[in-house]
Design a protein around this ligand. Structure first.
Ligand code: GLN
Length: 202
């Protein structure tokens, strides 16, 4: 696909509006996704940050969990940020007892790994595939990636201090995930990378 794709943003809960705004600023057609049939109209999907336990429950209630698994399993490109990263993980640690994930990314993600809301922080992260200065990343009760399968490429890790060396950006084929919130900082480089992935150009 080389034409401008349509990118969906999962609209169960969380930062849906912020992602739609960034995509709009990039001139990329974008739509909220709330019903199974919405998935048929989009070429790629962003799963936003928010609260993964709530999103998991709502995905079941809206009959979206299986359609999400099907589309992503069949190769729909997807980008999960923060809670969305948790949703794309094949395995999670410190999840709620009945917490479901969509899965797709062969990794184990630890929820709330960087601590509580008050321990939210920002850090400059070098991300493979994102040219220029380190990406100023905002972490809000963020997960980290505890381990990855061999098909997963680590794109970024935390740089310094006691949190150094934690995996916070990964890619496996058409699936991308970051622990942080790129929709909050006005830097569209990761959204651009994902749109290029959806176009089959990255
Ligand atoms: N801690 C949240 C969760 O487990 C994620 C936080 C976020 O998306 N900013 O879902």
């Amino acid at each position: 696909m080389t034409a401008t794709p349509t990118v969906g943003v999962l609209a169960l809960q969380g930062d849906t509006a912020e992602h739609l705004r960034v995509l709009g600023d990039l001139g990329v057609p974008a739509e909220p996704v709330l019903r199974p049939e919405d998935l048929d109209r989009v070429d790629g999907l962003i799963l936003p940050g928010g609260e993964s336990t709530t999103m998991s429950k709502l995905a079941v209630r809206y009959d979206l969990l299986e359609p999400l698994r099907k589309h992503i399993g069949e190769g729909m490109p997807a980008y999960g940020t923060c809670a969305g990263m948790i949703l794309l993980a094949d395995r999670i640690l410190d999840g709620a007892a009945d917490q479901e994930t969509v899965g797709g990314l062969d990794m184990t993600v630890r929820r709330n790994a960087f601590g509580r809301q008050s321990e939210s922080f920002e850090a400059g992260i070098d991300i493979e595939g994102v040219d220029g200065a380190p990406f100023e990343a905002v972490f809000i009760r963020a997960p980290w990636v505890e381990s990855v399968g061999e098909r997963v490429r680590v794109l970024g890790q935390t740089p310094y201090g006691e949190r150094a060396g934690r995996i916070v950006a990964v890619r496996q084929g058409g699936l991308l995930a970051t622990s942080f919130h790129p929709e909050l900082t006005g830097d569209p480089r990761i959204h651009r990378l994902f749109v290029d992935m959806v176009k089959g150009q990255a």
